[in-house]
Design a protein around this ligand. Structure first.
Ligand SMILES: C[S@@+](CC[C@H](N)C(=O)[O-])C[C@H]1O[C@@H](n2cnc3c(N)ncnc32)[C@H](O)[C@@H]1O
Length: 305
């Protein structure tokens, strides 16, 4: 998606609108974004921002229409309009966040990811997952050691910081090349690949791993069924599948106002038994805060039977 509308005046009004939005002057912002749309009607960011402003004014129906235009004009999905519409409870939620959206989000976020996540959001996913893996090993009488671990959506490598003393080799993948650069610098991975987690699992051999982890990654993926099926193929008998999710109540999975996916305990249990996993640990746990409040979540460790 182009960062410019192609018209200087429209770009300037868009910048003013963005400024007004930041100041929470939603009325003024909406007015400016409408002016941009008059000049550059096919430029998706103006529609998206108009929708955001209308949402700020409490006009959900207007926001839905504006985001719908953005969705139609943004073929790559980079702007995340589909997630915004799904969060309204309108329209069918995409099975996963668009790849271009995730890549753009984390390429931009990567340089401040570690400090922002740790200090502002009190992120503790990797520590909670490590503790859950240790407990699952104890419960199953398994050594707390792994020969070949895979880190799905490895980001800058925070999971490896926790796990590296417990694994012989660790490989990882992530959609964001800039996040992967951070993981490379950690020096804790044998192999890293810029790839979608689904594609990455498909490329792995049968029974080729004894641990698959995904820390705070399934918040960008709604339908986990294909990943469970592939993990079951890749993880050898007795191996573990450990991950965190945001907790949904009711629906199997849904998109929240934070544009992240949440999954229900019942859904994870159903997928586990369908794909040959036993639930070793499935605990309520919050991996991060949002506006100072713990986000409800689950930490799971499943054992391949
Ligand atoms: C919140 S970060 C967590 C990173 C790391 N696991 C950690 O605990 O620090 C989520 C990561 O998942 C990656 N991600 C999201 N969806 C993905 C997908 N479909 N395939 C690969 N990576 C994905 C993002 O690029 C991002 O680096």
């Amino acid at each position: 998606m182009s960062a410019t509308s192609g018209d200087l005046l429209a770009d300037r009004r868009y910048a003013w609108g963005a400024g007004a939005f930041k100041e929470r002057d939603f009325e003024g912002a909406a007015d400016l974004f409408r002016q941009v749309i008059e000049i550059a009607p096919e430029w998706a960011p103006a529609h998206l921002s108009l929708g955001d402003s209308l949402m700020g004014l409490g006009d959900r129906a207007g926001a839905q229409i504006a985001w719908g235009h953005a969705l139609r004009l943004d073929a790559s999905g980079v702007l995340g309009a589909a997630l915004k519409i799904a969060a309204l409870g309108a329209g069918r939620a995409p099975a996963a966040a668009p790849r271009e959206y995730v890549r753009a989000l984390f390429d931009e976020y990567a340089p401040r990811f570690d400090t922002h996540l740790r200090e502002k959001l009190a992120y503790r996913g990797p520590e909670l997952i490590l503790a859950a893996i240790e407990r699952a090993c104890g419960l199953r009488g398994r050594e707390f050691w792994f020969d070949r671990a895979l880190d799905l959506g490895c980001g800058t490598g925070l999971m490896a910081d926790e796990l590296w003393k417990r694994v012989d080799s660790m490989n990882g993948c992530d959609l964001s090349p800039v996040m992967i650069e951070g993981a490379l610098l950690s020096g804790k991975y044998s192999n890293l690949r810029v790839a979608d987690v689904g594609d990455y699992l498909v490329s792995q051999g049968e029974d080729s791993s004894d641990l698959v982890v995904a820390a705070d990654v399934f918040v960008y993926i709604g339908d986990l069924e294909p990943l469970f099926a592939q993990s079951a193929r890749v993880i050898e008998r007795g191996g573990l599948f450990a991950f965190s999710v945001q907790r949904a109540e009711g629906a199997e999975w849904s998109v929240g106002a934070d544009l992240r996916y949440a999954h229900s305990r019942a859904y994870l249990g159903r997928l586990a038994s369908k794909h040959g996993f036993e639930v070793a640990v499935l605990d309520d746990a919050s991996t991060r805060k949002d506006a100072g409040v713990d986000v409800p979540g689950l930490v799971a460790v499943l054992a391949r039977t």
